[in-house]
Design a binder for this molecule. Structure first.
Ligand SMILES: O=C(O)CCC(=O)C(=O)O
Ligand SMILES: [Fe+2]
Length: 288
């Protein structure tokens, strides 16, 4: 069952019990400031938003991103689409642009992105759906003792596993005032407190989290496997089947995502712009 409600003047069709919403009455290229403020609020509330039948191109996608926040360059190790669009991160299946590992974008830097805006540029005839997991719903549905344990943990995030080869082969990019020539692992709290809502989420992901700090390797593996299995339970997931013109937007502070790689040799091209985020904060820091 889907529930249709009007929230702050937007036509919002909720897609799941916890997260995900389709917004059917917004043209992102021509939206007013007031509409975009409502979109920004809906992003935090629903965590992943889908906008069908849009008409964005690289210029208007960058402009939209700038109206919603501050854009980062494409990616720490992947250069932008072209000289005119250094902010656009192009995922092209013909250039090994796949995202078939559950991840939260760019958690291997000190200030991971706040969110992303993704546009379908070229789609395969079938397949290539993208899935988003709700990391707040996952945290909330852990048992109280495991939540209390997770609250105390810190994890190491290391981009080398996914991006080390690319960096060595092609060099890095400019990101957050520095040129990335190597990727230094960073630490983040395992439970993140959302800076806008104060809600807690499980902030670990199979793409970039290498281990839990200060515990044995076996404990780290066991804990991460349990967290990943829990995060990706079907009830924590919303799946999107793409159509031409679709734009998706997600809150990268409270979600993970995974793009199905099930379309053989067909080409699939997606363009992303990425909103600058802040340093993740855990419950201990909030408690003082
Ligand atoms: O290709 C997709 O659907 C998602 C790609 C991805 O992980 C991203 O844009 O951050
Ligand atoms: Fe991603």
């Amino acid at each position: 069952m889907t529930l249709t409600t009007a929230t702050r003047a937007l036509a919002v069709e909720r897609l799941g019990a916890y997260h995900g919403a389709r917004i059917t009455d917004v043209d992102l290229a021509s939206a007013s400031d007031e509409t975009l403020a409502a979109v920004r609020a809906a992003l935090v509330e629903h965590k992943v938003l889908f906008f069908p039948a849009q008409s964005l191109d690289p210029d208007s996608q960058v402009l939209l991103g700038r109206r919603l926040g501050e854009l980062t360059p494409s990616h720490p190790v992947v250069r932008g689409l072209d000289d005119e669009h250094p902010e656009i991160y192009s995922l092209d299946a013909a250039d090994n642009g796949f995202a078939d590992t559950w991840h939260t974008d760019v958690t291997f830097v000190r200030r991971p992105p706040l969110g992303s805006i993704l546009r379908a540029v070229q789609l395969p005839p079938l397949g290539g759906d993208t899935n988003w997991a709700d990391a707040e719903a996952a945290y909330a549905s852990l048992s109280a003792p495991v939540r209390a344990l997770a609250d105390q943990l810190t994890a190491v995030h290391d981009g080398n596993r996914e991006w080390g080869y690319h960096l060595a082969q092609r060099g890095g990019n400019q990101w957050e005032d520095c040129e990335y020539t190597r990727l230094e692992p960073v630490e983040h709290p395992v439970v993140r407190v959302h800076p806008e809502t104060g809600r807690r989420s499980l902030f670990v992901n199979p793409g970039f989290t290498s281990h839990i700090a200060g515990v044995s390797e076996a404990e780290s593996r066991g804990l991460l496997d349990a967290f990943y299995a829990h995060l990706t339970k079907p009830e924590h997931i919303v799946r999107h089947r793409w159509a031409a013109g679709d734009v998706a937007m997600w809150d990268n502070r409270s979600t993970l995502h995974y793009a199905n790689r099930d379309y053989g040799d067909f080409r699939r091209i997606m363009h992303r712009v990425t909103l600058r985020g802040d340093v993740p904060v855990g419950p201990a820091a909030i408690a003082g």
